[in-house]
Design a protein around this ligand. Structure first.
Ligand SMILES: [Mn+2]
Length: 269
């Protein structure tokens, strides 16, 4: 089972008042070239599709064209909303779009959307957890024992994972957008000062691969099962020396995983 892991497109981003839309078009074309070469079974898009909750018209058009080109190739996309996105706007049309192979996370309501893929080794379940905040999770589970005590991101993600319908005999992939302890951040993520948004990687122990978004430098967290693929473009000066890439994940039989990076070339750099 081959999956391509992308995140943090931040479509519509402006850096020092300059639009990055042309760079974003260029890099998405390059990513489509990689997808054509690799022929993955699915694309994981781990949040921050847009740079703002109300994206510009040109950003919406660019995402629409990228998703349409993937749908035409019959490659299924599994996308979630990040902290920069509006969960409601990303969820718009998700039921009808999933029938065309574009699976966008619904607004979090206590259930996590999951999709099944099959290969020679059996089922692979893709779970879509949009970016969640403690207040939302506390509200969703109000009335359940312990729900009132959900105060931290750690407790929120823990509760969300505990409520997932997981068969650990099967292979499970989680797409999420949170800050896992130990990850190295740069200057463009808008993370919370003081680290209160951090969660322990141990919450993800039952997953065979966790495709993360939020942190903009590509990196494994602890081991190669928990990974940030990073942004496709450099979005702050602190990223000037970074090599941006696309992550390719191959799941063999349960317990086996191969992860590699394909470097992206930047225009004008
Ligand atoms: Mn981001």
């Amino acid at each position: 089972m081959k999956l391509i892991h992308l995140s943090d497109l931040h479509l519509g981003k402006r850096v020092n008042e300059f639009s990055m839309i042309e760079d974003q078009k260029y890099i998405l074309n390059q990513i489509l070239g990689i997808i054509d070469e690799e022929q993955p079974d699915g694309i994981l898009l781990a949040g921050d599709l847009y740079d703002r909750p109300v994206p510009s018209a040109e950003a919406v058009q660019l995402l629409d064209s990228f998703l349409t080109r993937l749908a035409k190739r019959k490659i299924t996309v599994y996308a979630i909303s990040g902290n920069h996105d509006s969960a409601e706007r990303i969820a718009f049309g998700s039921h009808i779009m999933s029938s065309s192979g574009i699976c966008m996370s619904p607004v979090y309501d206590g259930k996590t959307a999951k999709y099944c893929l099959m290969d020679n080794y059996g089922e692979v379940w893709i779970h879509l957890l949009p970016f969640i905040r403690p207040a939302v999770v506390r509200h969703v589970f109000a009335g359940e024992e312990g729900a009132e005590e959900i105060r931290t991101y750690q407790e929120a993600v823990q509760a969300a994972v505990e409520h997932m319908d997981l068969d650990t005999e099967k292979r499970n992939v989680l797409v999420a957008h949170q800050f896992v302890v130990g990850a190295m951040s740069c200057d463009s993520e808008e993370i919370t000062v003081g680290g209160i948004d951090q969660i322990e990687g141990a919450v993800f122990r039952d997953f065979d691969y966790v495709a993360l978004g939020h942190i903009h430098s590509p990196q494994n967290v602890g081991n190669d099962r928990i990974r940030y693929c990073g942004t496709p473009l450099k979005y702050s000066f602190s990223e000037a020396g970074q090599q941006k890439s696309v992550t390719v994940v191959e799941l063999g039989e349960k317990g086996t995983l191969e992860v590699r990076e394909i470097q992206l070339k930047h225009f004008g750099i």
